[in-house]
Write a protein that binds this ligand. Structure first.
Ligand SMILES: *Cc1c(COP(=O)(O)O)cnc(C)c1O
Length: 463
């Protein structure tokens, strides 16, 4: 291709209006929401980057597929289409639909983990960790050291520390029922994992007789990074790369709200017959019969089409580039962020950007609110409000203070991203005026969803 502009590889058939608000309206809305972006009404948000989960636009083919949904309780045609689409990519034997990713996690861990077991992962996603811990097992994060440094560049910052994996397996025989790698590493900045790392982790697990699973939510984005960054993959298709990644796995959990390109859904897939039977028994208890698993027939159709659309080269090129495009503008203007840009999101580094706000005054929370007040943008704090509070009531600052701006799939255009960049740069220019926050009320667990906050007097105008 000799033209440098990468265009959105679609045209728009249905539009959904987004609503401009005045700064006074945003001030009032945020105050009424207890200065918590989760408690805003979505209609008061102009560009919503809270999550990329289930928020994307479906294609005309997906909508057409939904009309073909077979709602039979058992043996629906839609299930067999879904199963064939997933098996084509994963080659896994048992494909078990669930209503979303966390249900797949709960069923897998519920069938496999005993108290005191250890589950190593490059980095557990929060629901994955919660489901491991719910079984009174230990969720052990072992990313490579580079993965913990926001400013450090590395092509595969999502990689697992293989020496640490070898050590935990050698030291805990019989206590590690499975090992997982999350592709891409969502909690570690959406960073990819290399094929070499997946292959080696799989080999180490199999030497110890331990099953190796993928948390495959963003498998297509991970395949694209491998194609761009890893020797020997430059001329392979994303499908072929995905097939190789899954060839090393004994199973996977998946949220179809990510690279399934659907608004709801997920699955658990695995090779072991006996474990699959136990999982299906548990599925019937809480999700449904194994040919629908908590989904409507039309949802299975949407996933069957969407999971292959996620592997389309033009789509992936546009997807990864639109995130990198914002990242490039941030880097050019020296706005601190997690580098390099991840697959689905930009993570602004509030600790570096707002040194005048100490961790105890929640700098990432402050930055997220400042972006909303300035331009109606909603991101999410991944910092001390989310991770700083412990079950015993104590407080310790989180290691990083980040604001994640996650991109819904096929939803926003380049002018939306240009606007976004302009708002961030404006906020960065006036950052000294951003106040810290204090907690007015909080729930004992998962406080970020419901906490109510209050801005402190801004630095320089202290009374
Ligand atoms: C979203 C996500 C999950 C959980 O999926 P849900 O569909 O939200 O339940 C698990 N792991 C990762 C890496 C995710 O991004």
């Amino acid at each position: 291709m000799h033209f440098k502009t990468i265009i959105e590889p679609f045209r728009i058939k249905a539009v959904e209006p987004i609503r401009h608000t005045t700064e006074a309206e945003r001030q009032a809305a945020l105050a009424a929401a207890g200065y918590n972006l989760f408690l805003l009404k979505a209609e008061d948000v102009l560009i919503d980057l809270l999550t990329d989960s289930g928020t994307g636009a479906m294609s005309s083919r997906q909508w057409a597929g939904m009309m073909m949904g077979d709602e039979s309780y058992a043996g629906a045609t839609s299930f067999y289409r879904f199963e064939a689409a997933v098996r084509n990519i994963t080659a896994l034997k048992h494909i078990i639909p669930t209503h979303q990713g966390r249900a797949a996690e709960r069923i897998l861990f519920g069938s496999l983990l005993r108290p005191g077991d250890i589950v190593p992962n490059n980095t557990h996603f929060d629901t994955t960790r919660a489901n491991v811990e719910y079984r009174q097992a230990v969720a052990l994060d072992i990313p490579i050291a580079e993965g913990r440094e926001p400013a450090l560049l590395h092509p595969f910052k999502g990689n697992m520390d293989l020496a640490a994996l070898e050590k935990v397996l050698a030291e805990n025989p019989g206590r590690v029922p499975l090992v997982m790698i999350t592709i891409t590493n969502n909690s570690g900045g959406g960073q990819p994992v290399s094929m070499a790392n997946i292959r080696a982790a799989s080999q180490i697990c199999h030497q110890h007789g331990v099953p190796f699973f993928l948390d495959a939510c963003r498998f297509a984005e991970n395949a694209w990074f491998i194609r761009q960054r890893e020797d020997g993959y430059g001329d392979k298709t994303p499908l072929a790369i995905a097939q190789e990644m899954f060839s090393y796995a004994d199973g996977c959990t998946m949220s179809a709200k990510k690279d399934g390109m659907a608004n709801i859904g997920g699955f658990l897939a695995l090779n072991n017959d006996e474990l699959a039977q136990r999982c299906k028994n548990m599925l019937i208890l809480t999700e449904g019969f194994p040919t629908y698993g908590g989904l409507a027939g039309y949802d299975l159709e949407a996933i069957a089409v969407g999971i292959h659309e996620a592997l389309d080269e033009d789509y992936l090129r546009y997807r990864i580039r639109s995130v990198a495009y914002l990242g490039d503008i941030m880097i050019e203007n020296e706005v601190p962020m997690m580098r390099p840009p991840g697959g689905h999101a930009i993570y602004l580094d509030a600790k570096a950007m707002l040194p005048h706000i100490p961790p105890a005054q929640y700098p990432a929370w402050a930055l997220a609110n400042a972006l909303y007040l300035a331009g109606g943008i909603r991101g999410v704090e991944i910092g001390s409000i989310m991770f700083g509070h412990h079950p015993d009531g104590s407080e310790t600052p989180a290691g990083m203070e980040l604001v994640r701006l996650a991109f819904p799939r096929r939803t926003y255009t380049q002018s939306h991203v240009d606007y976004l960049a302009e708002v961030i740069l404006h906020v960065n220019q006036h950052k000294e005026a951003i106040p810290g926050y204090r907690i007015v009320w909080q729930a004992p667990v998962l406080r970020h969803f419901t906490v109510r906050m209050e801005p402190l007097a801004a630095t320089g105008s202290q009374t």
